[in-house]
Design a protein around this ligand. Sequence first.
Ligand code: GPP
Ligand code: MG
Length: 320
Amino acid sequence: MTVTEAGTAAAPVPTQATCQSTYQTRVADYWNAEENPVNLELGKIDDLYHHHYGIGDVDWSVLDEDEVGGGVGGGVGSGSGSGSGSGGDRDDAAKRRDRITAELHRLEQAQADLLASHLGALSPTDRVFDAGCGRGGGSVVAHLRYGCHADGVTISRKQADFANDQARKRSIDDKVRYHHRNMLDTGCPSGAYAASWNNESTMYVELDLLFAEHARLLRRGGRYVTITGCYNDAYGRASREVSLINAHYICDIHPRSEYFRAMARNRLVPVHVQDLTAATLPYWELRKQADHLVTGIEETFLSAYENGSFQYLLIAADRI
Ligand code: GPP
Ligand code: MG
């Protein structure tokens, strides 16, 4: 059989300057353009900007409609008078939206805290590495918890600039720094890190290349943690819902098995594995009802988890 190249568009060769594939450029384009209210409105609450989902039980009272002229309590702030007619209704609707936004942020913060709690016993002189740091929230969480130095990398110039601005505003930019780099080839120093993580960013890269870089960066005995969505080998191959999530974010969700195979090949030995699927369902149930924040992917996540094809997993591993 003869294979011809007729009709095949040539994929651009990565430039010398960036060594970035066309795929990686498309991913960077996505994040350079991304302005989802579900990320910006939540982040604004306390300047912790996350790019991951949430865990834990929902306080469903945030959905309660306020009674016009009185209110049923449990809201944010004391409001500015009862108002009457449509003005009061508008205020109540805005307060309800604020309560939902704050509740989703609380659940995302709980997820970030859980990841940080698995990073090991860190001290202020330790360095940690945040692979796929987004707008920077996870590194700030680790720094506030342990006082440690943090380096975050993102393939998006805009995200790195945003995150560095945030660190400057908090006056922690001497210890928390963000870099516009490829997480597979960071240029950061070998063996310099006590802990490293990917919070929902592994699905953009080949796991062998990723874990080789973490193994290079981590000191012996260092801790690697990931929270990730993976497809369930016991279901079979990627389901329709998993494929829709891939298309939505331009990513490539790995099977659960591949994490453990790739870790074993790269000196990362799991010490703790936690299935967070049940813990994340309430977040998606609430997000689905947040009309002011939905992105359109909410029902797909719920179906993917509920039909057993997709799992939300935490894996902590030691670098041996
Ligand atoms: C959330 O980011 C995470 C990803 C885009 C990676 C895909 C994750 C999986 C578990 C498959 P985000 O917070 O920017 O997304 P959204 O805008 O939907 O909140
Ligand atoms: Mg988000």
